[in-house]
Design a protein around this ligand. Structure first.
Ligand code: F6R
Length: 243
């Protein structure tokens, strides 16, 4: 794993945008695996700026997002489809037909997951997968478990994830309790992975991800086995490594 220390959130976002932009420049019709959450927002802002400045062309890019809440429609402003439209797709020249997010409105979980695996199979492989990191070590919505997940799966969100995400909803009761997520093996099949982490509250889990054992109790620890992972973390997130 290559580790790049950023000064702060803005620096981490710029460095992440540099890497994503480089991927698009070297392969204009690349497939990007994208994430939601608060961590990538700054990187998306920077990509939007570069697209507006004519430095970056999304016209041939395909995107495949990690996850979606089960039960939320694309119009719901807490859905991950809405988030992606709002933070990236509405502001760059990507063809929305080439942007994929699991179908949160598909009630049949098995169908929702197999449909998404089919999209990953036919539109992939993912050239660059962007990941954020949950406080409990989750990637996508793959929560700590007894074994690593393989394909897209329907997960029950843990209390810690619901707690972390309730800030985006009017009340905790409105946070969906389930989500469809790309599996750990699916994430690992990306050619390159870019993990971005910011803030003191993630410092301990970053240490476990990098230095701890590879265990499904910390899903992101699996990244230790991927041949091409770059971690861009700010000084706070890397603070446990300070002398
Ligand atoms: C989002 C996702 C999650 C987040 C993680 C960190 O698509 O898959 O794994 O990356 O929960 O969230 P933030 O960035 O809000 O701390």
């Amino acid at each position: 794993m290559k580790i790049i220390k950023a000064k702060d959130y803005a620096d981490m976002s710029r460095k992440a945008a540099d890497l994503i932009a480089a991927q698009i420049l070297i392969k204009p019709d690349c497939v990007l695996g994208l994430a939601t959450g608060s961590t990538p927002i700054g990187a998306y802002e920077e990509l939007v700026r570069r697209n507006a400045a004519g430095e970056l062309d999304f016209s041939q890019v395909t995107s495949i997002n990690l996850d979606e809440y089960r039960g939320l429609s694309p119009e719901n402003d807490q859905s991950y489809r809405y988030f992606m439209n709002d933070h990236l797709f509405n502001h760059v020249n990507i063809d929305k037909k080439n942007t994929f997010v699991p179908n949160g409105l598909e009630p049949d979980a098995q169908k929702a997951c197999s449909d998404y695996d089919e999209i990953i199979r036919t539109r992939g492989p993912i050239d660059l997968q962007l990941l954020g990191l949950g406080h409990n070590g989750h990637i996508g919505f793959n929560e700590p478990a007894d074994c690593f997940s393989k394909g897209t799966n329907c997960v029950n969100l843990t209390h810690s994830t619901i707690d972390a995400n309730k800030r985006f909803f009017a009340s905790e009761a409105e946070v969906p309790t389930q989500a469809y997520t790309m599996g750990c093996a699916g994430i690992m099949s990306a050619r390159k992975i870019l993990l971005i982490v910011s803030g003191l509250s993630k410092a301990e889990i970053v240490r476990e991800v990098i230095c701890g054992p590879v265990t499904p109790a910390v899903p992101a620890s699996l990244l230790q086995l991927h041949p091409d992972v770059t971690l861009i973390a700010d000084a706070e997130a890397l603070s446990v490594f300070e002398a």
